[in-house]
Design a protein around this ligand. Sequence first.
Ligand code: ACO
Length: 388
Amino acid sequence: MSSSNGGGTAAAASELPRPEGLEGVVAASTALSHVYGEEGRLVYRGYDIHELAGKASFEEVAYLLWIGHLPSRDELETFTRKLWGNRALPDGVIATLAALPADASPMDALRTGVSALGAIDSARFDDEPDLDEAIALAARVPSILAAFYRMRQGLAPLPAREDLNTAQHYLYQLFGNEPEARHWKPLEVYLTLLADHGMNASTFTARVIASTQSDLCSAITGAIGALKGPLHGGAPSKVLDMLNEIGSAENVDAWLTTALDSGARLMGFGHRVYKAEDPRAEVLRGMAEEASDEAFFALSKRTEERALAMLEERKPGRRLYTNVEFYSAAVLAAVGLPGDMFTPTFAVSRTAGWTAHVLEQVGNNRLIRPQSAFVGRTDRRFVGIDDR
Ligand code: ACO
């Protein structure tokens, strides 16, 4: 084999483009949602996110994503009865969660819980994914998190109720009391804002798994793993850590300077697609101002302003703006959630989008199987272990 291209390196490497990170690559067709990065716009099934935020319930948005239109009153009633009636977990899933260490990350617990659900309730989840399965899984995701959250504190999981909406029921099952409107209403807006977001990393993961004709729980287990990373959904608790470490307005500049000098990325800023402000950040900023403690909001605002100015100075032309995660931290903290439940709560919302994408994928499936640019060698010969 010729070694003219670098000692036997595959010729294919020079023939194929090397799109590290698949930037700009169109990986699927979808009618669900789209991110218009240059304009800072997000559309779900034809509705700009500003049309829905604070107006549509999470249940209406989930219905919109799964079925394609906003429900009539009758459709919504039938749909919510089904969604809310699907919250109970099999005993085996509770037992699996109970076996995890109390200090396990709730994202690991959720990933494990969804995987266990697929194995334990395999009669329900083993068919080709369909709407009934999507509803059943989306209803159980918050129950899995709440069960783990309570058991890690030595408390028994609470039985599911059918009379509360998704935001209310999640808070009820976590904290064990009737949720107050000042908590569940901002949470509901958060859930509507995060429900879908084009071909993001976790959605792509779910679609790749679904494209192999695997099952819904496998697809969502994989998506949860992808969401967990800080370059995707794992940033908001780190935003909270950052704000807590900064502590007061006079420390903002020094903290940010040290972080940027060390080459760290500032959590809650920058985005692969948005080259303008993330429209969800704008809504969340307004909600954070209303919902959070005045001093915490002032610190968040100051940190945001200085971070944007420093990023512009140090990374001119990169167009780094506030992303959804920055003010998610303030909103979710105001709702009463601890930092390690922020990303799992993102997953509660995104399960609607993930499952809708899985249904879309299986409705017009073609195995997703890209190529790689091979940069390894091709000319080596096996040598027995005694001669190496
Ligand atoms: N802080 C400091 N510098 C940054 C940041 C940041 N938050 N984001 C990007 N940059 C810099 C990069 O270092 C790079 O600099 P260089 O050109 O001098 O090397 C330049 O801006 C361009 O960045 P890319 O790496 O090309 O951006 P990419 O599209 O790969 O990354 C990402 C997007 C991962 C979101 C990035 O902006 C980041 O790490 N942000 C912080 C983590 C975060 O907020 N995650 C949540 C994302 S939102 C979501 O998924 C729900």
